[in-house]
Each structure stands twice: as structure tokens, then as C-alpha cells.
Design a protein around this ligand. Structure first.
Ligand SMILES: [Zn+2]
Ligand SMILES: [Zn+2]
Length: 221
């Protein structure tokens, strides 16, 4: 019964939300190339970085991990004014498309149920990134602003790559990369409808889950 409900949802999602013109591979490469180009551009702007300025990298990494944690724990799993679209995409679509016993893409068309839409990438980098740059450049230094922006974008790409990898077949070349089994299992537990509101809100590295006591490990694959 569950299996057929999942199938119905997958079929409906594919026909309503994934048009024939959509290319999963183009989507993946757009995300990758745009993000890498933006990271390279930011790094090239940094000039004679002082020892303390390098701290912008670990500080931004930690901050991004906590933003990922709270963004996922709150608005992605609770309807929030102004952010209902990401609740819809995540809780109502992503979690129904993929459950803990059905984590894999069936074809590249299904990438749409995982990757952020290209317009949001432009918004993240162009809107959020540029304002972050101005605040940090004004408060600290240009180098800190460039390094923080580069780290934030690299973190975003790392999020997209890891989340993508968790939904690839476990026995594929990507699924067998070092450390992937452990990280995928955490995310697979999060996709269990009985656990998803309470555990494993980090998609990348479970720092936030560890800090806030929401880490759930199990031995199942
Ligand atoms: Zn997922
Ligand atoms: Zn979730």
C-alpha cells in the first residue's frame, strides 16, 4: 500500500513538476560550474591575506553548518511565513518522493526532487552573497569578506553534492566514496517519516545535530 502511494506521488510529481524539457544533468552541471566559478572569482580577489583573516574560513564553515541545521529543522519542516515555498518543496515533495526505504533516483529526471532550482542559486550568490560581502567588508576587511563568501558558496556546493550523493544508488561509484556510507545512513534515517521531525537535520556534517542532541545513528543501511 505504502509502496503504491509512493509510486503515485512520484508519477504525479514527475508529470506536474518535471517537464520534458528538464535535463537533470544540465541542472547538476549548472549548479557545479556556477558555484565553482563564483568560489574561484572570490578567492582571486583576496590579496595579501593576514594570518587572522584566514579564520574567516573555519568561522564561515561553522556558521553555515548551523544555518543548514536551523534552516532544515525549522522552515523546511514547519510552515513559516514568507518561507512556505521551501516547506512545500522539502516536507511535502522531497520527503514524499524519497523515503528511507526508497532513497534512490530512478533517472536523471529525478534530480529535480533534490537540487535547488537554478534561480535560487542565482539568488543565494547574487542577493544574499553580495549583501554579506558588504557587511563583512564594512565591519572587518575586504579579504575577510571574499574568504567568507568563497567558503559560503563552497559550503552550498558541498551541500548539494552530498545530498545528491545520498540519493544515488549505494553501490554506485559515488555511493562508495569514503565516508559516504556513514553520512548517507544519517540522512536515510532522517527520511524515515517517524524520525524526520526529530533527528538528523544536518545534511552535510552532523555538527549541529551533535551540539543540539538530535543526532540519530542506527546500524541499518
Ligand atoms: Zn534527501
Ligand atoms: Zn528534512
Amino acid at each position: 500500500m505504502r509502496e503504491s502511494l509512493d509510486n503515485d506521488f512520484r508519477k504525479r510529481f514527475r508529470s506536474e513538476k518535471i517537464g520534458n524539457a528538464y535535463s537533470g544533468r544540465a541542472h547538476f552541471w549548472f549548479t557545479t560550474v556556477t558555484s565553482l566559478a563564483a568560489v574561484a572569482f572570490c578567492l582571486l580577489q583576496a590579496d595579501r591575506v593576514q594570518p587572522l583573516e584566514w579564520l574567516a574560513i573555519p568561522a564561515t564553515f561553522l556558521y553555515a553548518n548551523l544555518v543548514e541545521y536551523w534552516g532544515h529543522r525549522r522552515p523546511m519542516h514547519h510552515p513559516t511565513r514568507g518561507l512556505k515555498l521551501i516547506y512545500q518543496r522539502h516536507s511535502k515533495e522531497h520527503h514524499r518522493f524519497f523515503t528511507h526505504d526508497r532513497m534512490q533516483f530512478d533517472s536523471p529526471q529525478d534530480y529535480k526532487a533534490v537540487l535547488f532550482p537554478p534561480i535560487m542559486i542565482v539568488f543565494f550568490i547574487g542577493g544574499f552573497g553580495v549583501s554579506l560581502w558588504f557587511v563583512l567588508a564594512m565591519l572587518i576587511s575586504n579579504n575577510v569578506a571574499w574568504l567568507a563568501l568563497a567558503t559560503g558558496i563552497a559550503y552550498f556546493l558541498n551541500y548539494e553534492w552530498l545530498h545528491f550523493a545520498y540519493h544515488c544508488p549505494a553501490n554506485s561509484a559515488i555511493g562508495r566514496l569514503p565516508g559516504m556510507k556513514t553520512l548517507r545512513r544519517l540522512h536515510q534515517n532522517h527520511h524515515n517519516p517517524g524520525l524526520m521531525m526529530r533527528y538528523n537535520f544536518n545534511i552535510t556534517y552532523p555538527i549541529g545535530d551533535w551540539l543540539f542532541g538530535t543526532l540519530y545513528r542506527s546500524e541499518r543501511n
